[in-house]
Design a binder for this molecule. Structure first.
Ligand code: AMP
Ligand code: MG
Length: 981
């Protein structure tokens, strides 16, 4: 114990800095202020006064401590001791006022004073309930607000539990007190008490300086310009808000309600920490701060981490015995980027602390005044979390026969989102999280303790490991995450191909409407016959099963006939949107090695004739007038046969083909039967069949007997028309981009939508405001958020948004039937609940890989080592997410810079690569913007850009061109607009 104490002292870097600073303090000692001047507030006090005026009834600046006194307590002597302290320290008999004339705040020091004293005898309370009653009273008293203008600002409560058992509750307003002051007060209290009970004379000796002398002196002191320069350099561009795993939406105005959660570190862990500190020549303060930063970075995947840390700014000997508010806050900002090891982080944090502490003569409010960070009422500027490290105070002796012990007291207040206190109790340390109850649930904080401990153990074991590789999740948590993945199996009988489920419906309801487009409509029987005829014709051609068939069509009934006919023929369809330019079509045909294109008659002329490529008109092939014998007999199909090939964006500038098997598609579709309570009666198909989101509507509807309503391309650009479609077709279900849905809700009357039962938003992030707008307009219509990439067949997770569960970040929910989700770190380990990681998808919807790109396939489709079943594939989405405590997943954006614009996956690098080919362009920056920006600059050739973009990214070419911000021969910079589209 002794040795540990000594080591602690020796290694206290902080103390060293403080001492060095003391030696070097400027000669001007703080001396008593003149008698006749108004006493100003110190800068710290000004802040407290300001905040307290903002929240007059909030007890967050109450400082409270509770003591349990066993033995023969002389209450009279105790109160007398307090009174002597009050006479000695002016600040304890001070009130605060604002001068009506100047508007300046000043402190008024009173000669006559009385502390607020409360005495209660709890001996009448049944013994078993006394302590509990005392604690409740303690919290109540400690939470009672003070009136700063009237005082007294010190409240003493003495509760008698038994003859030799007392509870003392001390509450002060922070404006007159701090933690260090409590040490002074206890010492003086003990000295006075001992003297009084032994009958000695106790005189009131004024301390060297009073708090008012300090604030008077501070008023005229300017901050050293070098210090200002240091901080402005460090903090000018503030750290982004920490994206912590909040359980609840952030309130506009925080309540500052909070709670404490304490967890003791074991003796051996404490010892290991101390040993690691000696080895690395750091203090436990710096070491544990570094661990905390790693924890925060792992939770958020952010690397610019600012943590606030309070310190007592009594760096002059004459202030050491002054009571008052000397606390100030340092912003400790470190850069954890570049996947450093913990040892490296420790060095960086050491540097951070060294710099910050040697420039600590900078009142926090002055700093905020200089930096003027964005101020939000619901966020602390510059940092949102705190770190505090303190040695447990040694209790002075109150004389023989009296034992005084500090009792922890949680008064239910949190000034910050999250504070980690490390209390060094000698043998062991304790970690205490103080957390805002507006934001966190207790269970999340319990887990945080576990993660902190796991992280500490992992660090101590291998400090050289990269921080992204340190295991944090506990075993219980891994089990818990397993159960979230324990999804039911989708059921689809003995079907081996998706079209077989459609055929079953055609047998069951031959006369029900199956598909319509404008005036045209086919029943199930008609659609089935046409598709079968087409299939028979295709089979005659003996096509290679391994090659997809291009389907070149406008949104139409024929498009659906084409899809089903191709599937029935045992082939896979490659959707070629009629809106695609020739270059893109050529690229897809070449990459997929399709040998034949099925096209609507009026479009066939648009396909450039190519000797190796046959173009056949759909209409003729499915003409019932000439049915072939045996039409409708479907050739045998295997679940592993491909059903469609859809292209999505690719980082190489070439689109990537994803081949989806019947097994993938059957599972993806049958998962809907299981998950959704109702199947579509009438489904409005809004996405182009070249997107896999179209698959949801086409196959869900046609395999359950509903009516598929096909819409014209870009129908979303005419909201009036769109709402008419809903009304005229009595639409029950649809799948829609949230951004389009917002517009629909804004521009449509409820009447047009009153046949709706289920709305699915998918393809991009859904906001709380869209969800709210939905329930305002359509309170009885169910709303679901579906998430999933093309590579995992349309959807992988889903969340039912309800009026009562709308949070700022709308979750993407839990894995769908048959799917598993793993949120993984850089080493493909599961991150714990609450921490951010890459969303990886397993299960039966996952495709085999990309066509013709085994290198990319092996990077993105990895072996699933987490599932109990072996040999399966996981698709790494590149999306970031975290588990909420209830297992719902929160989407956190992309790992790379891919963006979604109007539902299109766009990789800015692809665009940048193309622009970089413009002669003279040296550097390109592509980013999504919040508003359209028009071109400027003279040397740039828009035609070149247009043709290049149209080749590469036809759907977006025009929007991108509209968004060109600035382009000269040497600099090409443009931005894509997200909001405006
Ligand atoms: P796609 O392959 O075109 O379907 O695009 C898949 C990507 O769209 C995903 O990897 C996500 O980045 C994004 N995405 C899809 N659905 C959602 C959703 N509900 N919330 C947020 N992002 C989504
Ligand atoms: Mg999709």
């Amino acid at each position: 114990m002794k040795a540990v104490e000594k080591r602690k002292q020796k290694s206290s870097l902080l103390d060293k800095w403080l001492n060095r600073q003391k030696e070097g303090t400027s000669p001007g000692k703080i001396t008593p202020r003149p008698n006749d001047v108004p006493v100003p507030l110190s800068r710290g006090q000004e802040r407290l006064l300001f905040v307290q005026q903002l929240y007059p009834d909030n007890p967050f600046y109450n400082y409270a401590d509770t003591y349990r006194v066993t033995g023969d307590l002389n209450v009279g002597a105790l109160l007398k001791s307090f009174e002597i302290i009050g006479r000695r320290h002016e600040i304890l008999r001070t009130t605060f006022g604002i001068s009506a004339g100047t508007g300046e705040a000043s402190q008024e020091i009173h000669k006559d004073f009385a502390f607020e004293v409360i005495k209660r005898d709890l001996r009448t309370v049944p013994e078993s309930r006394r302590v509990e009653t005392a604690k409740k009273m303690a919290v109540k008293l400690a939470r009672q607000p003070f009136d700063l203008s009237r005082g007294p600002l010190t409240r003493i409560a003495v509760l008698q539990l038994a003859d030799n058992d007392h509870f003392i509750i001390l509450t002060m307003h922070h404006i007159v007190f701090d933690k260090w002051s409590m040490g002074i007060l206890l010492q003086e209290l003990a000295d006075n008490y001992r003297n009084l009970v032994s009958g000695k004379q106790v005189s009131v000796i004024r301390p060297d300086v009073q708090y008012g002398d300090f604030s008077y002196w501070q008023k005229d002191r300017n901050v050293d310009p070098e210090t200002i320069a240091y901080w402005t350099d460090k903090l000018q561009s503030a750290s982004p808000l920490l994206d912590l795993p909040f359980d609840y939406p952030e309130p506009d105005r925080p309540s500052f309600r909070g709670a404490h959660s304490k967890h003791q570190l074991s003796n051996s862990l404490t010892l290991s920490i101390r040993e690691a500190c000696i080895e690395t020549k750091t203090t436990p303060y710096v070491f544990l701060l570094a661990v905390y930063k790693v924890l925060l970075s792992r939770y958020t995947l952010q690397t610019d981490i600012s943590v606030g840390s309070p310190f007592t700014n009594r760096d002059r000997t004459e202030l050491e015995s002054a009571i008052g508010f000397f606390d100030d806050t340092l912003v400790l900002r470190s850069d954890l980027s570049g996947s450093p090891s913990f040892s490296e982080v420790l060095e960086r944090v050491k540097e951070t602390c060294k710099g910050a502490f040697s420039h600590r003569q900078m009142p926090f409010e002055t700093l905020v005044g200089i930096l003027k960070p964005n101020r939000y009422l619901n966020h602390n500027p510059l940092f949102q979390v705190m770190f505090i490290y303190h040695d447990a105070a040694r209790m002075p002796s109150f004389g023989p026969g009296l034992m005084v012990e500090n009792e922890p007291l949680d008064i239910g207040v949190a000034k910050f989102d999250l504070t980690l206190f490390i209390s060094d109790e000698g043998q062991r340390m304790s970690a205490i999280f103080e957390y805002a109850e507006d934001l966190f649930a207790g269970t999340t904080i319990d887990r945080m303790h576990e993660h902190l401990t796991n992280l500490l153990e992992a660090i101590l074991e291998k400090p050289g490991r990269r921080i992204g590789e340190l295991t944090m999740a506990g075993d219980g948590e891994l089990e818990q995450m397993m159960t979230w993945n324990d999804t039911p199996e989708p059921e689809f009988g003995d079907a081996a191909g998706i079209h077989q489920l459609f055929e079953k419906q055609a047998r069951l309801h031959p006369d029900s409407p199956a598909v319509s487009f404008n005036e045209e409509e086919l029943t199930y029987a008609e659609l089935n016959t046409k598709a079968s005829t087409l299939a028979a014709r295709l089979q005659e051609l003996n096509l290679d099963r391994n090659k997809p068939l291009g389907l070149f069509a406008e949104p139409s009934v024929d498009m659906v006939v084409g899809i089903l006919g191709i599937l029935k023929a045992g082939l896979a369809y490659l959707p070629l949107d009629a809106g695609y330019p020739q270059d893109r079509i050529n690229l897809l045909l070449e990459d997929s090695s399709a040998s034949l294109i099925l096209a609507q008659r009026h479009l066939s002329g648009r396909i450039v004739k190519n000797p190796g490529l046959a173009v056949l008109p759909i209409e003729e092939l499915c003409d019932e007038a000439s049915p072939e014998p045996g039409a409708g007999s479907v050739r045998s199909i295997d679940e592993s046969d491909a059903a469609y090939l859809i292209y999505t964006s690719g980082s190489t500038g070439r689109p990537k083909g994803v081949s989806i098997s019947h097994r993938n598609l059957l599972n993806s579709t049958a998962a809907r039967f299981r998950y959704y309570g109702t199947n579509p009666g009438s489904f409005l198909l809004l996405s182009s069949f070249s997107f896999d989101s179209s698959v949801a509507g086409i196959f869900w509807t046609l395999t359950t007997g509903g009516r598929l309503v096909v819409t014209e391309r870009r129908v979303e650009q005419d909201m009036e028309h769109l709402s008419r479609l809903f009304a005229e077709n009595r639409i029950t279900h649809t799948l829609i981009l949230p951004s389009v849905y917002r517009l629909l809700l804004e521009s449509t009357t409820t009447g047009d939508l009153n046949s709706l039962q289920t709305v699915i938003v998918a393809g991009e992030e859904c906001s709380a405001s869209i969800s709210r707008a939905h329930f305002e307009k359509l309170p009885d219509v169910k709303l679901f958020n579906e998430y999933g990439p093309t590579e995992a067949t349309v959807w992988a997770t889903v969340y039912e948004i309800k009026r009562e569960n709308i949070t700022r970040k709308v979750p993407i929910g839990k894995p769908i039937p048959g799917a598993q989700i793993y949120i993984l770190d850089d080493e493909q380990n599961q991150v714990p609940i609450g921490a951010a990681g890459e969303i990886c998808i397993g299960g039966k919807g996952v495709a085999d890989g990309y066509l013709n790109d085994s290198e990319l396939t092996s990077r993105r489709f990895i072996t699933d080592t987490h599932s109990r079943r072996r040999g399966l594939k996981l698709y790494r989405t590149g999306d970031l997410g975290r588990y909420r405590s209830d297992g719902a997943i929160i989407f956190l954006g992309r790992k790379d810079d891919q963006v979604k614009i109007r539902g299109y996956r766009i990789e800015p690098r692809e665009i940048a690569d193309v622009i970089a080919q413009i002669p003279g362009v040296k550097e390109v920056l592509v980013k999504p913007a919040s508003r359209p920006i028009l071109p400027a600059g003279d040397e740039f050739d828009p035609e070149f850009l247009r043709t290049t973009l149209e080749k590469m990214n036809p759907e977006q070419a025009s929007s991108i061109l509209d968004s060109v911000e600035r382009m000269t021969a040497t600099e090409a910079k443009f931005t894509l607009d997200k909001e405006w589209q």
